[in-house]
Ligand binder design. Structure first.
Ligand code: SAM
Ligand code: SF4
Ligand code: FES
Length: 336
């Protein structure tokens, strides 16, 4: 698929064509992953962030954001609970919080791996130097999520303050891949100033970069950010993009995101039916969940880990799929 085909798929689909697109995506996903859906247990361990991305509720300029940091013991307790609940991937995510040194991150990663050797550890802690990425990898981290947000330089500047650069973010992604991580990039759908052309460029970039994972969810405004009055991304645009992404990269690990479940009560199920094959329930302690507020209305902030686990199991089986107790590694073959 070239740029023009992608543009057509993103802009001019009849309801019949839309269904054909979802069916084709499901068929491709079935041929690689069957009807298995992988679980990732998300531990949001710090709401402090030194960055000021214009779209995010954790941005340092948001004085109303309630900040917290989890201790080593709290993180390990969440990981243990996740293991008991059948999670075999733990995702450690945070704002960019310099309070946690590289040595600290490495020791938590290696402690989780020691306690649960059959569990994959994914980090999502932002832009770091190559040496830091190498150290986390050597400590046992398997995967890294770092959405590129947009590949278009002009668009990137409209979403981020002067001191952040698209070049550094892309450098991070290539470093991570070279080191040997399974890497995830991705974008928000309907972010301010985004055009169809930008999305086509993102798809072409992702096809070339060949990430193992792609995070795609709708942009949702947060009232205490500069984009508080913007429109959210739509369900339909997000589902189209998930399906197109599945067709472009058949073996990619593709989550039906919490943001998708936030804009539509059945959003994650619909995401699975459009080609997604991963869900990421929250494992953070209930007491801090409301403080990790990236956008308004985020779901699952009042629920315990076990409730989210059960809830998702029900939702996924209601559409004919099953969540599995597995690391859920990428099924593709490295070509570089
Ligand atoms: N700080 C790390 C980073 O930026 O990569 C990890 C945490 S950050 C909160 C994870 C992702 O949340 C970002 O990559 C961004 O795409 C998404 N996000 C932030 N604000 C959002 C919003 N208002 N709506 C939807 N997604 C948002
Ligand atoms: Fe910080 Fe990540 Fe939010 Fe940007 S998206 S402000 S880096 S938490
Ligand atoms: Fe959290 Fe449904 S997934 S309550």
């Amino acid at each position: 698929m070239g740029g023009e085909d992608l543009r057509a798929l993103l802009t001019s689909l009849t309801p019949e064509e839309e269904q054909l697109l979802y069916d084709a995506a499901c068929e491709v996903r079935r041929s690689v992953y069957g009807t298995d859906v992988y679980l990732r247990g998300l531990i949001e361990f710090s709401s402090y962030c030194r960055n000021n991305c214009l779209y995010c509720g954790l941005r340092r300029g948001n004085e109303k954001c309630q900040r917290y940091r989890l201790s080593r013991e709290e993180i390990l307790e969440c990981a243990d609970k996740g293991y008991e609940l059948g999670f075999r991937t733990i995702v450690l995510q945070s704002g960019e919080d310099p309070w946690y040194t590289d040595a600290w991150i490495c020791s938590v990663v290696s402690q989780i791996k020691e306690r649960h050797p059959d569990t994959a550890v994914t980090l999502s802690i932002g832009e770091k130097g190559r040496e830091s990425y190498q150290a986390y990898y050597d400590a046992g981290a398997d995967r890294y999520l770092l959405r590129h947000e947009t590949i278009n330089a002009e668009h990137y500047k409209l979403l981020h303050p002067e001191e952040m650069s698209r070049e550094n973010r892309i450098r991070c992604l290539y470093d991570l891949k070279e080191i040997g991580y399974q890497v995830g990039c991705g974008i928000m759908v309907g972010s301010p100033y985004q055009t169809v052309q930008h999305i086509v460029q993102d798809l072409l970039f992702m096809k070339e970069f060949r990430p193992q994972m792609i995070g795609i969810g709708p942009f949702i405004p947060h009232k205490d950010t500069p984009f508080g009055n913007r429109n959210r991304g739509t369900l339909q645009d997000t589902l189209h993009l998930l399906a197109i992404t599945r067709l472009l990269l058949p073996d990619v690990l593709l989550p039906a995101t919490t943001a998708l479940g936030t804009i539509d009560p059945g959003g994650r199920e619909k995401g699975i039916l459009a080609g997604a094959n991963v869900v990421m329930p929250n494992l953070s302690p209930a007491a801090v969940r409301e403080k990790y507020m990236l956008y308004d209305g985020k779901i699952c902030t009042g629920d315990e880990a076990a409730e989210c686990r059960r809830c998702l199991e029900r939702r996924i089986s209601s559409v004919g799929f099953q969540v599995v107790v597995s690391r859920g590694d990428w099924a593709g073959k490295e070509t570089i």
